[in-house]
Design a protein around this ligand. Structure first.
Ligand code: FAD
Ligand code: NAI
Length: 471
């Protein structure tokens, strides 16, 4: 039987990063994953690389290019007639990127001497050493890192076939552009993938249970994004609905729902994406064999350093509390590897950025204005619109703004919110500022290249003190 210092279950961004970091620190590491591609080959990278972050962003980019060439190039004086969509080529490009990235992890495992074990893993006997079933073999490990991720939450009574009624997997691989696309859930996936198919030509209707739009985002960002998505972009979003039923018809699907004012409505569509959140995955993991505790929502219980109550057993990524984000899992992966190696591992959960890759993008770090108000924190806000930024105008991307919230007394940055093109890139500066405990004044004193979108960050920092130079 092979014996390892560390066995990592799951090779998504949380697990594969934990495995690589532990190997870098001189530990013997096995990483076990059961993921199979549609062709039946085992693949590393988990949800993120195979059916999440990477393929969705590839399609976002392609669909944005399609929209730009059809609708936005005209403003630059570029007239493109006869533009056509080759969806098959677009999907193949996405698949090539996924294959390249997942093969890249296999290369990293070889380079770092991580043993990749293929197949399902489960706890057999308590330890340490912990005995695990790993595919066809049994192994032992002194430490186990559980990184088994999450799966799409199901809507009761609605069967996902990933052809007509889809979760994220099917929604990334439609073989034709639906004429009418229904989306249940106006969360991150609903907005990102709903926008992709809208840009490619589908008429999209999004049905959301909550009465408010993007409740986790800053209220001013959510309000402005609502105007842009439902106004100029024509995304049809209905809030506060409750789904009464989904029926297959000869033409496609019929969605019955009850509106906020309690009237019953029916919406007919060709295809449906169900994106109502994700749930932690501990399916078949054998938690009962070793007494690994789950909380009421099915997450593995861990402390602030991702330790479970079992000695040498850690859990990280989507399967534990906190935002279900790839980079949050990666941070936890590094932390637990360093803890196992006897180092000091730490994750600053206050400095984890959020990005929603719509167009314009939404990105933030730290507290929202409504959170600060509810917590009774005195703050000052500075805001700068991209409409006053020369680079944004040159790029024909004038929508949105940067908003910085700083402590009224100390000026320390408490939250940064950005709606705009390239917000996903701009937010990195804000994350660095939060991580280093910077003040708005610190950001305002940093020289930013001109002309650049990033100048809006500096101007928003100046605006905290009421002395924006260009606004
Ligand atoms: P996962 O990536 O889910 O990986 C878990 C792995 O464990 C899988 O490979 C699975 O096969 C394996 N596994 C599970 N159980 C077992 C077992 N018993 N034995 C062996 N193997 C097992 N996040 C972002 O930060 N940015 C984005 O842009 C983004 N976009 C997304 C888009 C979509 C459409 C979706 C669905 C998600 C997106 N996410 C994004 C979220 C991100 O994908 C997850 O937060 C991330 O993948 C979680 O990483 P993880 O390692 O915890 O789990
Ligand atoms: P989500 O939690 O972002 O949104 C789900 C939405 O569905 C919510 O607005 C919720 O109110 C709504 N909903 C729930 N039940 C419903 C019902 N019965 N009827 C109608 N609406 C209902 O979850 P989503 O979009 O599925 O994504 C899952 C997670 O994946 C995200 O929370 C995020 O952590 C991660 N993700 C991250 C991305 C990024 O970082 N850019 C991109 C995509 C996913």
């Amino acid at each position: 039987m092979q014996t390892f210092d560390v066995a990592v279950i799951g090779a998504g961004p949380a697990g594969y990063i934990a495995a690589i970091r532990a190997a870098q620190l001189g530990l013997s590491v096995a990483c076990i994953d059961r993921w199979k591609t549609p062709k039946g080959d085992y693949a590393l990278g988990g949800t993120c690389l195979n059916v999440g972050c990477i393929p969705s962003k590839a399609l976002l980019e392609s669909s944005e290019n399609y929209e730009r060439v059809r609708h936005q190039f005209r403003a630059h004086g570029i007239l493109a007639d006869g533009v056509r969509l080759d969806l098959k080529a677009m999907l193949e490009r996405k698949d090539r990127i996924v294959a390249r990235m997942t093969a890249g992890i296999a290369g990293l495992f070889r380079k770092n001497r991580v043993t990749w074990l293929k197949g399902h893993a489960r706890f057999l006997v308590g330890g340490p050493p912990w005995r695990l079933q790993a595919g066809d073999e049994q192994i032992e490990a002194m430490n186990v890192v559980v990184a088994t991720g999450s799966v799409a939450r199901r809507l009761p009574g609605v069967e996902i076939d990933n052809r007509v009624i889809c979760d994220n997997e099917g929604a990334l691989a439609f073989d034709s552009v639906p004429q009418r696309l229904g989306v249940i859930g106006a969360g991150v996936i609903g907005l990102e993938l709903g926008s992709v198919w809208r840009r490619l030509g589908a008429q999209v209707k999004v049905l959301e249970a909550l009465p408010e739009f993007l409740g986790a985002a800053d209220e001013t960002v959510a309000a402005e994004a609502w105007k842009i998505f439902t106004g100029k972009q024509g995304l049809d979003i209905e809030l506060g609905v409750s789904i009464a039923g989904v029926e297959r018809t000869e033409q496609g699907l019929s969605i019955q729902y009850v509106t906020q004012d309690r009237s019953s409505k029916v919406f007919e569509c060709d295809r449906l994406i169900v994106a109502i959140g994700r749930v932690p995955n501990t399916d078949g993991l054998g938690v009962e064999n070793v007494g690994l505790k789950l909380d009421a929502r099915g997450f593995i219980e861990v402390d602030a350093q991702c330790r479970t109550a079992l000695p040498g057993v850690y859990a990280i990524g989507d399967v534990v509390r906190g935002p279900m984000l790839a980079h949050k899992g990666e941070e936890e992966g590094v932390m637990v590897a360093e803890l196992i190696a006897g180092q000091h591992g730490h994750v600053n959960y206050e400095a984890i950025p959020w990005v929603i890759y719509t167009s314009p993008e939404i990105a933030w770090v730290g507290k929202t204005e409504q959170q600060l108000r509810n917590e009774g924190v005195a703050y000052r806000a500075g805001r700068f619109p991209f409409a006053y930024n020369g680079r944004a105008l040159g790029r024909e991307e004038p929508d949105g703004f940067v908003k910085i919230l700083a402590d009224a007394k100390t000026d320390r940055i408490l939250g940064v919110h950005c709606l705009g093109s390239l917000a996903s890139e701009l937010i990195a500066e804000a994350v660095l500022a939060v991580e280093f405990g910077a003040c708005a004044e610190d950001l305002a004193r940093v020289c930013h290249a001109h002309p650049s979108m990033a100048e809006a960050m500096r101007e928003a920092a100046l605006a905290v003190d009421g002395r924006s130079l260009n606004g």
